[in-house]
Structures are given as structure tokens and as C-alpha cells.
Design a protein around this ligand. Structure first.
Ligand code: GDP
Ligand code: MG
Length: 164
């Protein structure tokens, strides 16, 4: 069967926006409210000659005791366990935060291939210096994208399918 790719990261980094760009239709809910995607959502995606199943997840809020946020974290863990490749989404506007480090540690434990995506790089010239900070996660090369402006999407997908 097709490889499975899971989109994970903190709430509000743009996971569902990116999912919708890749899925080509608006099947995932995007809201300004952090963590609005509570359930896993699936789409069939293909890039070049490779087809895969993409899973959107609610955000991972590593330290939260909140019932909804802990359920979202559980769902994300299930997606991570199911996935062949993980797209770890971060947000250049917020920069590298402690919760990103904790998500990175979760992903390291999974021993799955991770593509580190830095989203909201709407202006490559302006934000590239901030993208390099994400090397500090020690999880690989940060790939700049703008889900909203559809920039960097092809380079990101090249990286994803290279792991199949
Ligand atoms: P999720 O919680 O990670 O699924 O994040 P969402 O996809 O729901 O997006 C959270 C917020 O970030 C929304 O207001 C989006 O419009 C915004 N957003 C998503 N991608 C981008 C982007 O590339 N650039 C900018 N500037 N905003 C974005
Ligand atoms: Mg979402």
C-alpha cells in the first residue's frame, strides 16, 4: 500500500493550511483558534510519480493537561506511529520555542524519517536568517515554505518523497 506521511507540530503553525494546499481542496479546518483540528484527516496526494496518504493532525502541546489538548497529542502520536515519513511543521514568525524542542524529542523517539518544515516564510529574503535557527533542533535541514503563499512547496515535497 501507499506510504503514509503525517503532518505534526504545535498548534497554529499552519499544519492544516499546508494540508489543504497539498490535498488541493479545503477538507481540513483552518481557524485562528490554536488546535482546531482535533481529528486526524486523510488525503491522497501525489508528487511526480509518487502517491502517498497524507494525515493532518491537531497540534501537539507537549506540557498541557487540558483534556482536548492531551487527546490531540494522543491522536498525533497515533499518526506518528502510523507514518512512514513525518513532516514536522514549525513557524518562523514565532521562532524556535521550547515546545518545538519537545516535539522534536518525540519524533526522535519514533526513529522515523523527519522532514523539518519552517512555515510562514512568506518573504524568503526577509525571513531566511530566522530559518537557520531551526538547525538547532538537531533534526535536519530546515526547509522554508509559505503554505499561505504556496512558496517552497515543490522543494519540500522532493524531500518527503526522497524518504520512500
Ligand atoms: P494548525 O493549527 O497548525 O493547523 O494551523 P492552521 O493551518 O489552522 O493555521 C493557523 C494560522 O496560521 C491561520 O491564521 C493561518 O491563516 C496562518 N497561516 C498558515 N500558513 C501561513 C503562512 O504560510 N503564512 C502566514 N503568514 N500565515 C499562515
Ligand atoms: Mg490544524
Amino acid at each position: 500500500s501507499k506510504p503514509v506521511v503525517a503532518i505534526v507540530g504545535r498548534p497554529n503553525v499552519g499544519k492544516s493550511t499546508l494540508f489543504n494546499v497539498l490535498a488541493g481542496e479545503r477538507i481540513s479546518i483552518v481557524k485562528d483558534t490554536p488546535g482546531v483540528t482535533r481529528d486526524r484527516i486523510y488525503a491522497d496526494v501525489s508528487w511526480l510519480d509518487k502517491a502517498f496518504t497524507l494525515i493532518d493532525t491537531g497540534g501537539i502541546e507537549p506540557d498541557s493537561d487540558d483534556i482536548i489538548l492531551s487527546q490531540m497529542r494522543e491522536q498525533a502520536q497515533i499518526a506518528i506511529d502510523t507514518a512512514d515519513v513525518i513532516m514536522f511543521i514549525t513557524d518562523v514568525r514565532q521562532g524556535l520555542v521550547d515546545a518545538d524542542e519537545k516535539v522534536a524529542n518525540m519524533l526522535r523517539r519514533s526513529k522515523k524519517p523527519v522532514v523539518l518544515v519552517v512555515n510562514k516564510v512568506d518573504d524568503f529574503k526577509k525571513y531566511m536568517p530566522d530559518v537557520y535557527e531551526f538547525y538547532n533542533l538537531g533534526i535536519g535541514e530546515p526547509i522554508p515554505v509559505s503554505a499561505a503563499s504556496m512558496l517552497g512547496i515543490g522543494d519540500m515535497l522532493d524531500e518527503v518523497i526522497a524518504h520512500f
